[in-house]
Design a protein around this ligand. Structure first.
Ligand code: IDP
Ligand code: MG
Length: 150
């Protein structure tokens, strides 16, 4: 089953939305495979957001993401990468539809609550940046037959 990486950014933690956002993924039927709270170092932030190096918002982005604890997670499910991206909404919360995380809780691109991998390749890279293999838990849930059918 496909796995994707998500990370609640410092604004989500500070605004007490950690449980609320996790709950959305759980209710959708996705399966939590790994979770940890951590403070990201500058080096790790620059590696995670390496594709944006050189852009005008890069320094602000790195400062923001290292400004407080984040909650890193791996979620598993059919088509999890694109499904989670849809649940996050557009990068700019002003464009994000109601019903999405960013569309319901955020107003500003710099503080848009949550990161989600944009492709299978990014997911693999990001998961291995934040977690070691033994952190990723593979387990069965009886609920799965009610989510996906027999
Ligand atoms: P994504 O998070 O929706 O994948 P990306 O384009 O990969 O969006 O950008 C990474 C993060 O960088 C965004 O989530 C946002 O926090 C920040 N960001 C992107 N574009 C801008 C911008 O134009 N101004 C300020 N911050 C930005
Ligand atoms: Mg991105």
């Amino acid at each position: 089953m496909e796995k994707t990486f998500t990370m609640l950014k410092p604004d989500a933690v500070q605004r007490n939305l950690t449980g609320e956002i996790i709950s959305r993924f759980e209710k959708r039927g996705l399966k939590l495979a790994a979770l940890k709270m951590l403070l990201i170092s500058r080096e790790m932030a620059e590696e995670h957001y390496g594709e944006h190096k050189g852009k005008k918002f890069f320094d602000d982005l790195v400062s923001f993401i290292t400004s407080g604890p984040v909650v890193a997670m791996v979620w598993e499910g059919q088509n999890a990468v694109q499904l989670v991206r849809k649940m996050l909404g557009s990068t700019d919360p002003q464009e994000a539809l109601p019903g999405t995380v960013r569309g319901d809780y955020a107003l500003f691109t710099g503080n848009n609550m949550i990161h989600g991998s944009d492709s299978l390749e990014s997911a693999a890279r990001e998961i291995s940046l934040f977690f070691v293999e033994k952190d990723i838990i593979t387990y069965k849930k009886d609920m799965d037959i009610w989510v996906y059918g027999q």
